[in-house]
Design a protein around this ligand. Structure first.
Ligand code: NAD
Length: 443
């Protein structure tokens, strides 16, 4: 099948590469010419394990192409995925500017029968909105091919995106049209052959399922962060509590980690967008508001802890390990490290930062303030002359505590750990003042 994909970001590229790998002929369309040129020349604009190789292999087989020309991408396509960004608007709602623009292009340029599959995370009613925009564009044309819209939200995780896409636990398809459902089953045939993963449902339920999933995961994180705050105040240990409750099969272990607050391109905006949907439909999003409020406080907690442990941050040097919002990605959108580094710069501290893959994206996200940060070639370099070390991301290379190596480079002896990587008693034995999340401080 010929497939067009609008948006060559984390979702669009993974979808395109995996569907091409499954034998489809895929053209990825993006408005960013630089991105398209890079992809055409064998590069990959994002860091996602295994993606570059998969893109290269499928491009070489002629099953995967890239263009910035929507008409070219749509030529003979049977299905067009929308996988463009849906960032947060100032009022919390999902900004549908990019989705609308794709719908207009499709309505203007499509020549044949087409099914639009909306993979971007969008509020209930967006499939109908896309259909209206397409129909309006078609009404100005002589050739009016049949174009319909279904919802096909994406559940992949950055860092494990290919595995998640190819071996997903479920494929949600929202449509009330049996023919469109069958077309989507054909699209996913290469990935749906060992056991049935497709959950077909009505469009509003499919659109809301994605928000409900992300809101549930964000709720688990904020819940554990609240328990961590109570543990800090009472002398309990959140890591012991995590195991204590995770062992209950009704609760389970995943997503019970207290930390520096959730970030990334999805949870913060999706919680806000769902709360906005609730408010505009007369519902009170009491849990969602609390989840967000806890997260805002949690993201500020690393700086608060540092400011307490290093009384004069002005002129002090702070090493920051980990900039990505989680390991195995270069994505820094809404990352706790951004809040921390901005606060440190405002406090007059010198920041020495290191991340294995996210330094360029972090530099871009920080903008002009990036001039105030020294980006180092390795994690040990970042420690040179540091009064304190702050850990924001649990990359594997940070997980071994080596007091001698730290002490030989650092000036101070403070570690603020937003990921609970180390055993507090061992860090204290190593001569450090260790402040983690939801556990007693150790020195
Ligand atoms: P992204 O920002 O990485 O990529 C979006 C791409 O769309 C960019 O390359 C941009 O240039 C391109 N684009 C914008 N307007 C366009 C247009 N008119 N035509 C063609 N291309 C256009 O975004 P992402 O992280 O891949 O997310 C895309 C959507 O998927 C969002 O709604 C997001 O919430 C959702 N989602 C993301 C993830 C994730 O982990 N990143 C997971 C599931 C769902």
């Amino acid at each position: 099948m010929r497939i067009a994909i609008f948006g060559s970001g984390y979702v669009g590229l993974v979808t395109g590469a995996c569907l091409a790998d499954g034998g489809h002929h895929v053209t990825c369309i993006d408005v960013d010419r630089t991105r398209v040129d890079m992809l055409r020349s064998g590069g990959c604009p994002i860091w996602e394990p295994g993606l570059e190789d998969m893109i290269r292999a499928n491009t070489a087989q002629g099953r995967l192409n890239f263009t910035d020309d929507a008409a070219e991408g749509l030529r003979d396509a049977r299905v067009a995925f929308i996988a463009v960004g849906t960032p947060q608007s100032p009022d919390g709602s999902a900004d549908l500017t990019y989705v609308d623009a794709v719908a207009r292009d499709i309505g203007r340029l499509t020549e044949n029968r087409l099914l639009i599959a909306n993979k971007s995370t969008v509020p209930v009613g967006t499939a109908a909105r896309v259909q209206d925009i397409v129909d309006d564009a078609l009404s100005h044309r002589e050739n009016r091919p049949t174009i319909t819209v279904c919802s096909n939200p994406e559940f992949l995780k950055e860092g494990a995106a290919i595995q998640d896409f190819k071996h997903s636990e479920r494929i949600v398809i929202g449509t009330s049209c049996p023919e469109d459902e069958q077309t989507m089953r054909d699209v996913y045939k290469p990935l749906n052959w060992q056991h049935e993963k497709i959950l077909a449902m009505d469009v509003p339920s499919a659109e809301l399922t994605k928000y409900a999933a992300n809101a549930m995961l964000a709720t688990k994180i904020s819940f554990m962060n609240e328990i961590a705050t109570i543990a800090e105040a009472t002398g309990a240990d959140v890591e012991k509590i995590r195991v204590g409750i995770g062992s209950d099969s009704r609760i389970g272990y995943p997503f019970l980690y207290a930390g520096a607050g959730y970030g990334g391109s999805c949870f913060p905006k999706d919680v806000a967008a769902l709360a906005h949907t609730a408010r505009t439909t007369g519902c009170q999003p009491r849990i969602l508001d609390a989840v967000d409020a806890v997260n805002v406080t949690q993201k500020a907690s690393l700086f608060r802890k540092l400011a307490r442990a290093v009384p004069s941050l002005e002129g002090a040097t702070v090493a920051v390990w980990g900039l990505a919002f989680k390991p195995k990605t270069d994505d820094v959108r809404e990352a706790p490290s951004l809040d921390l580094v901005r606060s440190l710069i405002e406090a007059g501290a010198n920041v020495r930062a290191y991340d294995p893959v996210a330094m360029e994206t972090f530099r871009a996200a920080l903008g002009r303030q990036a001039d105030r940060v020294v980006f180092t070639g390795g994690n040990l370099d970042a420690l040179t002359g540091a009064d304190a070390l702050a850990i924001c991301t649990e990359w594997e290379e940070f997980r071994m505590f080596d007091p001698d190596r730290l002490a030989s480079r650092m000036r101070g002896r403070v570690i603020v750990d937003g990921r609970n990587l180390y055993d507090p008693s061992r860090v204290a034995e190593g001569g450090f003042h260790y402040i983690s999340v939801g556990r007693r401080e150790a020195e």
